[in-house]
Design a protein around this ligand. Structure first.
Ligand code: ZN
Ligand code: ZN
Length: 359
């Protein structure tokens, strides 16, 4: 997709004027990948007004030539240093850099190498560009979500009292890999019974018991894009009244959050659309995290949607909507979808049923 990458680099060039720079040094690997397609583990990118140079090390000579056929390459283990020297040599006067990524130590080294060339913080410019996806990126995300849905459907058929959280997590992960995931999006959360009240529980040796809530938060990685989905079910018995109440409430809040997704919507207000329902039912203090987050090349990325969020949603922005209520010692419910904000209404990518399934 060299065309896409050049379009993205053109987007970055627009922000150079804002920061008073005539070139940018990109050091965050995920941002280098976004702007070039390079997937190796060591690289940096120099974006100038009329071109770009990718730096990587000797392990990636062949891979970088294949993945980034449209840019000049420099082979040097110290990628940022090589590109600062190159920028100075080419007459760049002010170089923007990713201050949120460069260590204090490395900044000292780069400043020395820059000599008369000014170094200016670029800010989160590339992350800002990344929040709005092109259709090729959305297609990858759609496939990541479809893989995860298929794996969950299969797993749910095997859930039964006696199986441990770890077993279920490993099985779900291996089913995602079988269906074509290149990896998991993040360490799978399988939380049973009282553990379901822990938002980010690590699956352990606890065996699922009849009457447990079982919360599963998981995702597949496909083409570098992360899916993210949570479902909560009941195992081995009809749900207790409090479990049904919690699930209905979270489901209603999640629906309100999804319906609030629109281009131009204030992220704080999307959070409020869901949160207000949970607060009104008296569980505000038990909804202990933000409503959702952007998702793409990273599992958590811009825009974050919480009650202090400062962002506006845009067309073609994938986000999660994931309210939860957690009652310590008893259990918790979270329901999470990955969706794409669109002018015509949000596109749902995680399609597994949100009913309170009894397995
Ligand atoms: Zn999740
Ligand atoms: Zn999430």
């Amino acid at each position: 997709m060299p065309d896409n990458h050049e379009v993205r680099r053109a987007g970055l060039r627009h922000s150079l004027t804002d920061v008073g720079a005539d070139a940018a040094l990109i050091t965050r690997l995920v941002n280098v990948r976004y702007l070039t397609g390079f997937t190796g583990s060591n690289a940096a990118l120099l974006v100038t007004r009329d071109g770009g140079v990718l730096a990587t090390d000797g392990r990636y000579i062949t891979q970088s030539a294949a993945e980034v056929p449209d840019l000049e390459r420099v082979i040097d283990r110290l990628c940022p240093e090589a590109l600062v020297a190159r920028a100075r040599h080419d007459g760049v006067r002010a170089l923007a850099f990713e201050a949120h990524d460069v260590t204090v130590e490395r900044h000292g080294t780069l400043t020395n190498l820059a000599e008369e060339m000014a170094l200016r913080p670029l800010g989160w410019a590339v992350e800002g560009l990344r929040s709005v996806k092109d259709e090729d990126e959305i297609a990858l995300l759609r496939e990541a979500c479809a893989i995860a849905d298929r794996a969950l459907t299969e797993l749910l058929e095997t859930v039964a009292p006696g199986r441990t959280e770890r077993e279920l997590a490993r099985e779900l992960e291996s089913r995602m890999l079988d269906h074509g995931a290149e990896d998991v999006s993040f360490a799978t959360i399988v939380a049973s019974g009282p553990n379901s009240a822990i938002p980010h529980h690590q699956p352990g040796s606890r065996a699922v018991e009849a009457g447990d809530l079982l919360k599963i938060d998981f995702g597949a990685l496909y083409g570098g894009y992360h899916s993210d989905c949570t479902r909560t079910v009941v195992v081995g018995a009809q749900p207790a009244a409090w479990q049904t109440e919690l699930h209905q409430l979270v489901r209603e809040a999640q629906r309100a959050g999804r319906h609030a997704l629109a281009p131009g919507a204030d992220a704080k207000e999307v959070d409020a659309a869901a949160r207000d329902i949970i607060v009104a039912a008296g569980y505000g203090d038990q909804f202990t995290h933000g409503l959702g987050h952007g998702v793409g090349l990273e599992i958590h990325e811009a825009p974050l949607m919480g009650y202090t969020a400062d962002a506006r949603l845009a067309d073609r922005t994938p986000v999660t909507v994931e309210p939860g209520i957690y009652l310590p010692g008893r259990g918790g419910v979270r329901i999470e979808d990955t969706l794409v904000v669109r002018d015509a209404g949000p596109e749902l990518l995680t399609t597994t049923s949100k009913e309170l399934l009894v397995l």
